[in-house]
Design a protein around this ligand. Structure first.
Ligand SMILES: Nc1ncnc2c1ncn2[C@@H]1O[C@H](COP(=O)(O)OP(=O)(O)OP(=O)(O)O)[C@@H](O)[C@H]1O
Length: 335
């Protein structure tokens, strides 16, 4: 478990104090995939780098697996870094070393013999699906393959926690999906805690269990991805969700101006996603509806659907109740 209590961080640059993180409380549970989303400069990297001691907080208490980081000496910090692996946006591989030697490198640093380090690196190569590339150099690999080497190297010292610093931001959508799948598998099979920072809500939707939203150094919202993604409360979170769904909010506003009725947002999750509810409720209550927007997708493995309707007819409240009785989350939106 990683626990931030009143943690804050300021940098002094050119004689001035700049606040990167305002005091925040946050708990990341063992074994979960936790996403931290925010725009550039929001404080994501700072938050992540506090966890492996690459940055020290200006105040507050940070505990990793029950150990306060401010009590660690040099040896303690080195042990922490073996238990907390990290992967990076630009992979940070050693260009003069082969794939297998890149993976073995942290073990060699930790004093493991060359033969043992290579045996372990070979196992990791298989896990990330790169056996065929073991003797190549990083320059001979695609971005996705480089990130797989990064993952294998991070796993070499058998960490309990994996930090991912914009790990898919330099990759195309298909490669992003395969690297996220790899991370998901590692989380499930090895029980590793994964903390990832990203500026894309879509990355959070695909792999994270919980998420925190940072805005200019403030933690503005956090919770299970199903809650935060489907029912965002803070304007910054709403913008992230709208961006990831490719919604043009201005165009949507224009569309709404053209239709009559009250606006209803229906969110279906799990089994409710597959029920033929719309027609049934319309028949039973005599309402009519126009679909303004709709989406069916998954949050991690949970199927969900979200529809925005303009509803006409007298029995709006009865229709809303029928949807709610069928397990659908119902929200009336202001016009
Ligand atoms: N070493 C440093 N010295 C001075 N200021 C810093 C330092 N590192 C970060 N900052 C400042 O702290 C704030 C938060 O930076 P941070 O890198 O944590 O944000 P971020 O959300 O990760 O952004 P990005 O996605 O662009 O990396 C920014 O205003 C940044 O300029």
């Amino acid at each position: 478990m990683i626990r931030f209590e009143g943690i804050h961080k300021s940098y002094s640059a050119a004689g001035r104090e700049a606040v990167a993180l305002h005091p925040l409380d946050l708990t990341i549970d063992a074994g979960e995939v936790f996403g931290i989303v925010g725009h550039s400069g929001a404080g994501k990297s700072t938050l992540l780098r506090l966890i492996n001691g690459l940055e020290t907080p200006s105040g507050g208490v940070l505990t990793v697996d029950g150990q306060r980081l401010d009590t660690l000496d040099g040896d303690g910090l080195r042990t922490l870094r073996r238990r907390v692996g990290m992967i990076f946006q630009h992979f940070n591989l050693l260009s003069a070393k082969t794939v297998i030697d890149n993976i073995a490198f942290p073990l060699r640093l930790a004093g493991v013999s060359k033969a043992q380090a290579r045996t372990r690196a070979q196992e990791l190569l298989v896990r990330v699906g790169l056996e065929a590339h073991r003797d190549k150099f990083p320059a001979q690999l695609s971005g996705g393959q480089k990130q797989r080497v990064g993952v294998a190297r991070a796993l070499a010292t058998e960490p309990k926690i994996l930090l991912c610093d914009e790990a898919t931001s330099a990759l195309d959508p298909q490669t992003t999906a395969s690297v996220l799948q790899l991370l998901d598998g590692i989380n499930r099979e090895l029980g590793l805690t994964i903390v990832l920072i990203t500026h894309e809500m879509d990355v959070v939707r695909r792999v994270c269990d919980r998420v925190a939203v940072l805005d200019a150094g403030h933690l503005v919202e956090s919770g299970p991805v199903t809650d935060v993604f489907l029912h965002p409360q803070h304007p910054t979170t709403r913008r992230f969700v709208a961006e990831s769904e490719d919604v043009d909010e201005d165009a949507q506003h224009d569309d709404i101006a053209h239709v009559e009725g009250r606006l209803l947002r229906l969110t279906f999750t799990g089994d409710a996603t597959w029920q033929p509810l719309l027609g049934r409720v319309a028949r039973e209550t005599g309402i009519d509806y126009t679909i303004l927007s709709g989406r069916i997708d998954r949050i991690k493995r949970l199927p969900y659907g979200q529809l925005t309707l303009a509803v006409t007819g007298d029995r709006f409240d009865a229709a809303a109740r029928s949807f709610a009785d069928a397990g659908v989350h119902v929200q009336e939106l202001p016009r």
